[in-house]
Write a protein that binds this ligand. Structure first.
Ligand code: ZN
Length: 184
């Protein structure tokens, strides 16, 4: 039995996944509560990152844990990018789809922590990839936007299916470690 959480993961077709999230003006207890819920949801679904827009909240909040510790960040921004890397990424909001995405190999992220304190994080490789994926979410951008024309053609049927049955099983699907793809 999974623990009951108040938040549910939204699947592609949900409007909020395409919207730009609002910056948090003043960090308070409700943000800390949302971040904790998001982290719990991320771990429940074996994800390595989750953005607030994926759980129906239009605020600039993300959680990330690639195995080196949990980050709970508010208003994260990439202030520096270096190098390139390509990884096959999955997304908890687009079950069963994988897209090879070219991203910066190293990034510097400016953000606030859950107490509203300013933090600067230097990340590379997988961690850098996940930060970029989650910050994309805050700007309404998804991995399928990086797919080539032919990849999009191949995914079309699957995506149409996902969007069609979204309302029936929103938040109910399980996507645990399918094919070992990154789930973010
Ligand atoms: Zn995602």
């Amino acid at each position: 039995m999974e623990k009951e959480t108040k938040l549910k993961i939204k699947v592609i077709g949900d409007d909020l996944l395409r919207k730009t999230c609002v910056e948090v003006k003043e960090v308070n207890a409700s943000h800390r509560e949302i971040l904790s819920e998001m982290a719990r949801l991320m771990y429940d679904f074996s994800g390595v990152g989750l953005a607030a827009s994926q759980v129906g909240i239009d605020q600039a909040l993300i959680v990330v844990d690639t195995g080196t510790g949990l980050y709970k960040l508010i208003n994260p921004k990439i202030v520096r990018r270096e190098g390139t890397q390509v990884m096959e990424e999955g997304c908890l909001s687009i079950p069963r789809i994988g897209v090879k995405v070219k991203r910066a190999q190293r990034v510097i992220v400016d953000a606030l922590d859950e107490n509203g304190k300013s933090v600067v994080i230097e990340a590379e490789d997988l961690l850098a990839c996940v930060f970029q994926h989650e910050i994309d979410h805050l700007n309404g951008k998804l991995i399928i936007d990086y797919a080539s024309f032919f990849e999009k053609m191949k995914m079309k049927k699957q995506l149409d299916g996902l969007m069609g049955k979204r309302r029936m099983d929103e938040g109910m699907f399980k996507s645990k470690t399918e094919s070992g793809k990154l789930q973010l």
